[in-house]
Design a protein around this ligand. Sequence first.
Ligand code: SAM
Length: 397
Amino acid sequence: MTIVTPMGRDTKLKDKNTATTKTGPRKKGSASKGAGVKTLDLKDGGVILQGECLKIMASLPDASVDMVFADPPYNLQLSAELLRPNNQSRVDGVKDDWDQFESFRAYDKFTTAWLGEARRLLKPDGSLWVIGSYHNIFRVGATLQDLGFWILNDVIWRKTNPMPNFRGRRFTNAHETLIWCARDKDSRYQFNYEAMKNLNDDLQMRSDWLLPLCTGPERLKKDGKKAHPTQKPESLLHRAILASTGLGDVVLDPFFGSGTTGAVAKKLGRQYVGIERDPEYIALAHQRLAHVSQFAEDEMLTTPAKRSEPRIPFGWLVERGIVKPGATLTDHRGRHQARVRADGTLISADFKGSIHQVGAHVQKAPACNGWQFWHKEEKGQRVVLDVYRQKLRAELH
Ligand SMILES: C[S@@+](CC[C@H](N)C(=O)[O-])C[C@H]1O[C@@H](n2cnc3c(N)ncnc32)[C@H](O)[C@@H]1O
């Protein structure tokens, strides 16, 4: 299987620049052999394949993807039209054919089949995310355990703006559940602990994620209506992909819909394989992906591994007068500027934060290593902050 990354690298380079936790002894591939093996051409960073996911997955090679993100049918079993009691307007529920199953048994059979294929396609150290609601997530959870997946976390996506319960007969359904699991109990799965901690203002990332539904300009529209009924927010995918993959990794989504997984994977310098049976959604996803580009250079997308050297807070440079409050820092080309505050934070326009936060903010990037981004002018030359950090480290030895 040939996989060429958008950066022209072999995917085996994964983990090189990421702070990763790998646990347990590595297990050699235990998945069964795939049916007709097909070569994936990911030269452009990704591919969308049209058709039934079971059939298409069966044609892909064993152990060829690093992560699966799946947003499968919910099996909502909505029959009657749901109307808002105040004005009788129609509630936009999911009543599409793809969500209809004749019984729980039929749903379980389908779930067992696609999860089995997903497990075969995952590399031994790969992991799978699946999202669902109370209608299906318990069935999916039991099935994936039966198949040998190893649950790592269940994550609650708490919606900041859930749809109200119109009939007032139940609690507002304000969350969905994601299950994150490794292919096997002893998989050395990837977890970018540092990246998650950085994303969460230096606190361990918790398993309850407070994120809004996909609304506003992010929501794709066709003739003024939602182009896809269950388009997920990019913020959710950003967190899942950043947590459990490295640059250039291959992310498979067997229920691609409007292509949210592909859009975020592309932005973060990962590759994607999307499978979707509806040609209209395929067209929508193609259109969407054509307008997406990678956020920034590779350096901005990785979290350097925590070194064994002592941690040097930027504030120490300020306390020692190496960088003075009020001094202006710039990036290496002088395009972005920020001023140093007495407490070791930076301010750029009206945005304040650590050297990392302000660096990420000015570039509109998800993360930034401020030590390598910001420069101080010294004798007409721009000197990267990391040089001063190294000097302080040397003093401590
Ligand atoms: C819940 S939606 C996924 C939405 C997606 N996460 C997004 O953000 O747009 C499920 C999608 O899977 C597709 N689908 C359902 N069953 C399928 C199957 N057996 N094979 C391929 N696609 C399928 C549906 O057409 C639908 O677009």
